[in-house]
Design a protein around this ligand. Structure first.
Ligand SMILES: [Zn+2]
Length: 67
């Protein structure tokens, strides 16, 4: 019996989800419009909309704890 199931072990559980609003990326890795941020030693992704919000926050020099 041949099983051709290909399920690569992925600790992230597959597609990336936005750490802020929970939107799941259509592709893996997520599209370049997504923002990748290193927080507390972990990698977090933010969707295009949230990335825009973050960019504004960065431009406003808000503390990262705010987001
Ligand atoms: Zn988002």
């Amino acid at each position: 019996m041949d099983e051709e199931t290909q399920h690569p072990a992925d600790p992230a559980g597959g597609h990336v989800a936005c750490a802020r609003c929970g939107t799941v990326a259509d592709s893996d890795p997520p599209p370049p419009t997504w923002l990748c941020s290193m927080e507390n030693g972990g990698r977090e992704y933010f969707c295009e909309d949230c990335a825009r919000t973050h960019i504004r926050a960065i431009e406003s020099r808000l503390d990262s704890a705010w987001w």
